[in-house]
Design a binder for this molecule. Structure first.
Ligand SMILES: [Zn+2]
Length: 498
């Protein structure tokens, strides 16, 4: 096979994979937003048929063989990396014996059902046995895949290429040593901020108008991006010119839909800004979850919670809710949206305490995979850690260990990327400030300057580079968790006057 033949084969192969993917994404988005519930059974049957066909085509031995041949050719930097990533994924899937693969699917489904029931009944004992099975199942899967360092290292690397236990240990040690005592100090010595005024009744119609203000401010282009509603907000890409986000309105919270749209739009920009030259390639959409969160949390926290972001927008929001906001001055509003309140639920955590939620999960997960922890009593160990780090104790398992879905299908190694993304964001923000007066840009309604910087320095590359390569390229220094911790301590010392 010469280079020309290789590229022409690949174009056909990729196009067909993308066609399946587009169909699956479309059905998924429809199902998560507007599809009537009673159609679920039929839809799931048809989806699994389509998924099976896509799987068979992708992993057909003759296709893998050609891809392997391609991996020996020099196709240029972009295509070399493309083929490397595609093959890595395919080898992964095709190394599992068919019946083990089916067992994995079944156990994940069983895990999710057990988790839902246990969560509903607030009873961890209904979940612990299947959790043990899930840990064993993942261990066995990695035996098939093969790995170099330890098992948990391999799992971490799967969710964020290049990350290891050693790197995460270092990262979480910073959080533990510097952030935990700081939060305790802030609680004791910081001023009191009451954000109740943001939790009055804010009618949905009004919140919709707030979304229009934000869309307008962030140059949301309805010809390329669409916002729907779903129970759990998410973002997905159909192509470089068609990205969908979802949001959720909560009547007694003004800020929930606001920071959800900003967060999801951060994901969306990443997907829309990938270089046209990468259109249709695997690397245009295979960014890691840590990198993705670095972009969504960047927009949500580093940009969306700044005074300069709100200096022109707050008065517009006030016009929509004049009754509710009449006694709230701009500075009060800024304090309220940055309130720190140690809480039990990760997804509702504030910017400062958020990484502590991940610290708990990381420590437990690591010991669980290394076999050093008593899974039977994991709910109590979880509660102890919350008490230790956040000073609050869950009263039952549903607001404790059972709150997140991730472990119920065996996704071990995923959680740490959430905190990592925030930390990457801090370093990107520091780099952006060297090139750009962020506050002038935001206060003068030039959000496009922020967008352009992100496109030029990060988004355009898609998944061509690993996170640590991008950080080096953009920040001219290696990943350093202290940048993140410094940022947090500095920001919240100011707000809380300590
Ligand atoms: Zn996100």
């Amino acid at each position: 096979m010469n280079k020309e033949e290789a590229l022409s084969f690949y174009k056909q192969y990729r196009d067909k994979c993308n066609a399946y993917q587009l169909a699956e994404t479309t059905i998924f988005f429809d199902m998560s937003t507007i599809a009537p519930e009673n159609g679920n059974d039929y839809r799931i049957k048809m989806m699994s048929l389509l998924g099976g066909e896509a799987y068979d085509y992708q992993t057909a031995p003759e296709n893998i063989e050609k891809l392997e041949e391609m991996s020996k050719l020099d196709l240029g930097d972009v295509m070399n990396e493309e083929i490397r990533q595609v093959l890595k994924d395919l080898h992964r899937i095709s190394k599992l014996p068919r019946d083990f693969y089916i067992y994995m699917q079944e156990l994940s489904a069983k895990g999710e059902i057990a988790w839902k029931k246990a969560k509903k009944e607030k009873d961890y004992s209904l979940f612990k046995d299947v959790l043990k099975e899930l840990v064993e199942m993942r261990k066995k899967a990695y035996d098939y895949y093969g790995y170099d360092k330890t098992l948990y290292d391999a799992m971490l690397d799967d969710y964020e290429t290049g990350m290891t236990i050693e790197k995460y240990d270092n990262f979480f040690a910073c959080i533990k040593e510097r952030l935990v005592p700081f939060i305790k100090k802030l609680e004791k010595e910081g001023k009191k901020i009451d954000d109740h005024p943001l939790h009055q009744t804010f009618e949905i119609e009004g919140q919709e108008k707030v979304m229009d203000i934000l869309k307008d401010y962030m140059n949301f282009n309805p010809k390329e991006c669409y916002m729907g509603l779903s129970a759990h907000p998410f973002t997905c890409s159909f192509s470089l010119h068609d990205v969908r986000i979802t949001n959720k309105y909560i009547e007694n919270s003004l800020v929930s839909s606001i920071f959800t749209i900003i967060h999801e739009y951060g994901h969306a920009l990443y997907m829309m800004h990938v270089d046209e030259k990468l259109e249709g390639l695997y690397v245009s959409g295979s960014m890691t979850s840590g990198m993705h969160e670095s972009q969504s949390r960047f927009l949500e926290n580093y940009i969306g919670k700044r005074k300069s972001f709100w200096v022109n927008n707050f008065s517009k929001v006030k016009e929509i809710f004049p009754e509710q906001l009449k006694n709230i001055a701009f500075d009060d509003f800024m304090e309220m949206i940055n309130v720190v309140q140690p809480s039990l639920i990760r997804t509702e955590a504030d910017e400062l305490t958020y990484p502590l939620h991940i610290l708990v999960r990381y420590e437990l997960e690591k010991e669980m995979i290394n076999g050093n922890i008593d899974i039977d009593h994991l709910d109590q160990i979880w509660a102890d850690k919350y008490e230790d780090y956040l000073g609050i104790r869950p009263q039952d398992a549903s607001e404790g260990i059972l709150q997140d879905i991730h472990w119920s299908d065996g996704s071990f190694g995923y959680f740490p990327t959430y905190a990592l993304g925030s930390a990457f964001g801090a370093q990107f923000f520091k780099a952006m400030q060297k090139d750009l007066d962020v506050d002038v840009a935001l206060a003068s309604n030039h959000f496009s300057l922020i967008e352009d910087w992100l496109r030029e320095h990060i988004h355009q590359y898609g998944a061509l580079y690993k996170a640590d390569e991008i950080i080096e390229k953009v920040c001219h220094e290696p990943f350093d968790p202290n940048v993140y911790i410094d940022y947090l301590i500095d920001k919240f010392s100011n707000i809380y006057g300590i």
